[in-house]
Ligand binder design. Structure first.
Ligand SMILES: Cc1ncc(COP(=O)(O)O)c(C=O)c1O
Length: 442
């Protein structure tokens, strides 16, 4: 490895880091070198408690032996298999296993390599579905303000985060957005689902009145918006979205890239909230973050719509070289075994009262203007420092890292999503560390 001539760190110029303040980072790098269970260790040997499951993905904790072994064995047995016009047994096994966990009716699984790819895949399936059934005019895609659906063109078009969109031109045509559900004036410091805002789903009626339902293919939302600061759906909101989509023949897509695999207390948020979408996007926790993988779950009805033509013809002209990669499938199966053995897909429901009680001890801490939670997801919103949005929260992040706890910040919200194996004492450590950091920053 090329060394930085002035330090014992590697040379850092070549790596253009994603979603990172590159120049700031490279002046003061934070390098992780090892991980196990609830912890990382930095390159200089400090232990860091992981408050964010890596990036909302390491739900079973780090370096789980069964998953590590499955990946190593698979690499030795068969490193790669082409997924087009060929298959391998573990792809079918994992698809069956994922479908068995999903809400009834979502039983067809299309593999991708990331959340962003899952989102673009789901949007393409929605468009092609309407076309296959003779409603080719349904081309409009509806997202939601403050939505995050990854970084590919489809995802940023339906997404609602200004920084992710403003640099990249006109994006997909024919996209519109419903309003977000964040309403601190009425809902601040709600425990679990906020009481107010189900009526915001009626925005679909507004867009139907504007564009006509016959032009709308799908609505995509995160059941719990994560990247824009943990926005928990108001009571009744998702039910209302479902009703309105049904009323107008619009597909409902849940982006469960972060909520999937136990984060909200059930395998999927669709089950936590009792609302089943037509398509669901997954990634992250599907392999415990160990090998990149994503998936789209489709209802049988959607899938079967594609199956009407001659049998020798490819039904969906879509897929990736690494769809259902053998290493990812092996990791996925071992991950689901680990979740089952440890009861992790429902553990967030058991731990959430401890978690929410601990979070709410920060209510009187300096700068805190709201606390939001569901399952093992927590958001602590800070008042922005005048003229410097996001900077205060980022300083809290740096402070916590120095004190041995990894958190994540988005704008001025601290977003917590610890591995689902977390214990009460570790929840305490995270919250105490954040509290101390809040008292330290200006
Ligand atoms: C809801 C949601 N969708 C999509 C994505 C994109 O996933 P990826 O970074 O794997 O492309 C994310 C990532 O955090 C996400 O939170």
């Amino acid at each position: 490895m090329t060394q930085n001539p002035h330090t014992d760190l590697p040379a850092m110029d070549a790596y253009w880091m994603p979603f990172t303040a590159n120049r700031q980072f490279k002046k003061n790098p934070r390098l992780l070198a090892r991980a196990e269970g609830m912890h990382y260790w930095t390159a200089d040997g400090r232990q860091i408690l992981d408050g964010v499951a890596g990036l909302w993905c390491v739900n079973a904790g780090h370096a789980r032996a069964r998953i590590v072994r499955a990946i190593a064995e698979q690499a030795a047995e068969m490193d790669y298999a082409p997924p087009f016009q060929m298959g391998h047994p573990k792809a079918f096994e994992l698809a069956e296993r994922v479908a068995a966990l999903a809400p009834a009716g979502l039983n067809r699984v299309f593999f991708t390599n990331s959340g962003s790819e899952s989102v673009d895949t789901a949007l393409k399936i929605a468009l092609a579905y309407h076309r296959s059934r003779g409603e080719a005019s349904r081309t409009r895609l509806i997202g939601r303000e403050r939505g995050y659906h990854g970084v590919n063109f489809g995802g940023i078009s339906v997404g609602g985060m200004v920084a992710n969109r403003k640099m990249f031109g006109s994006l997909l045509a024919g996209v519109d957005h419903i309003r977000h559900t964040h309403d601190p004036a009425r809902n601040a410091f709600s425990r679990g689902q906020p009481a107010h805002g189900a009526d915001l789903a009626d925005d679909i009626e507004r867009l139907v009145a504007l564009h006509d339902a016959s032009t709308i293919a799908a609505v995509i939302v995160e059941p719990v918006a994560g990247s824009t600061g943990v926005l928990v759906p108001p009571v009744g909101y998702l039910q209302r979205l479902r009703e309105l989509c049904d009323k107008h023949g619009i597909l409902l897509i849940f982006d469960e890239v972060i909520t999937g695999f136990g984060r909200t207390g059930a395998p999927f948020a669709a089950q936590t909230f009792g609302v089943t979408p037509d398509l669901m996007t997954l990634a992250k926790g599907i392999t415990n973050g160990c090998v990149p993988m994503g998936a789209v779950l489709a209802s049988q009805k959607i899938h079967d719509t594609f199956m009407g033509g001659p049998e020798h013809v490819i039904e969906l002209f879509h897929g990736y070289t690494y769809s259902a990669h053998p290493l990812a499938c092996a990791a996925g199966i071992a991950t689901l075994d680990t979740y089952a053995d440890d009861g992790l897909l429902t553990r967030a429901a058991t731990m959430q009262s401890t978690f929410v009680d601990a979070l709410h001890t920060l209510r009187e801490a300096p700068h805190v203007i709201d606390i939001r939670n569901i399952g093992l997801v927590g958001g602590i919103e800070l008042a922005p420092r005048p003229g410097e949005p996001g900077k205060r929260a980022f300083e809290v992040f740096l402070n916590c890292f120095e004190q041995g706890v990894l958190i994540r910040t988005t704008g001025d919200t601290i977003a917590l999503s610890p591995p689902l194996i977390i214990e009460a004492q570790q929840i305490g450590q995270i919250v105490e560390t954040i509290g101390a950091a809040l008292r330290r920053v200006a």
